[in-house]
Design a protein around this ligand. Structure first.
Ligand code: ADE
Length: 233
């Protein structure tokens, strides 16, 4: 079993890269894929770059070229609910693309043709993600949520945009820029995915400042959970 791990920004994978033993770095185009072991598990780790296209490309390569059997997406997100506090963790149960709009042809907002309106993640892996998150939460005291994560090629930093997303996707816990693409790409190649996202900001008027300030702590939580997940899965 090979575990593909994708994070968008270098900060989101740094600690994981340091945990890889027998590390080999492979270059594919402009991207680096790091293979080796974390504990007893074979991994391929990639910093995809920000946004849905970059994330989908990295996922497809991790699976098709490096044999990933499952994809773990680790990173940060903007919280969309009153209870999603900065440093809390959301384990995705489903994803969609909030900026994908074919409603004129009777699709739901966020739905990609050929897929469900929100793409569900496999329960056994959601449960494993929640278990790993709860174990880390005990030590670092944050809350663990699970639910819909919505992705778009936009950093949400305004109450107006945030309110619109909450109206359009009332079940959503968090918004970010890759998970929907990673889950879709994995599903297209018949592989399961797990999404682990720590809240770095509340997607409001001050989100850009909070994001920069909280990035180190938020990425730490997601990476610690990823390491725990690889231990228990
Ligand atoms: N990732 C972290 N915070 C985000 C936000 N507010 N919008 C989009 N992606 C994010």
């Amino acid at each position: 079993m090979i575990y593909g791990i994708i994070g968008a920004m270098p900060e989101e994978i740094e600690a994981l890269k340091k945990s890889i033993t027998s590390l080999t770095t492979h270059t594919v185009g402009t991207k680096e894929f790091h293979t080796g072991k974390i504990g007893s598990k074979d991994v391929v780790l990639c910093c995809s770059g920000i946004g849905k296209v970059s994330a989908a490309v990295a996922t497809a390569i991790a699976i098709s070229r490096f044999g990933a059997d499952i994809v773990i997406n680790t990173g940060v997100a903007g919280g969309l609910k009153p209870e999603t506090h900065v440093c809390d963790v959301v384990i995705g149960t489903a994803t969609c693309q909030h900026d994908f709009d074919l409603r004129i042809f009777d699709y739901k907002l966020g739905q990609v043709p050929g897929f469900e309106p929100t793409i569900k993640l496999e329960q056994q892996y959601v449960d494993a993600g929640i278990k790993a998150a709860k174990e880390i939460a005990e030590r670092f005291s944050f809350n663990v949520h699970s639910g819909l994560i919505i992705s778009g090629d936009q950093f949400i930093a305004g109450n107006e945009h945030n309110t619109k997303l909450q109206q359009n996707f009332p079940q959503a816990y968090a918004t970010e820029m890759e998970a929907g693409a990673i889950v879709q790409a994995a599903k297209t190649l018949n592989k399961p995915a797990i999404v682990i996202r720590t809240i770095s900001d509340n997607a409001n008027e001050t989100a850009d400042m909070t994001f920069e300030e909280m990035l180190p702590l938020a990425t730490r939580n997601s990476q610690k959970i990823t390491l725990k997940l690889l231990e228990i899965i």
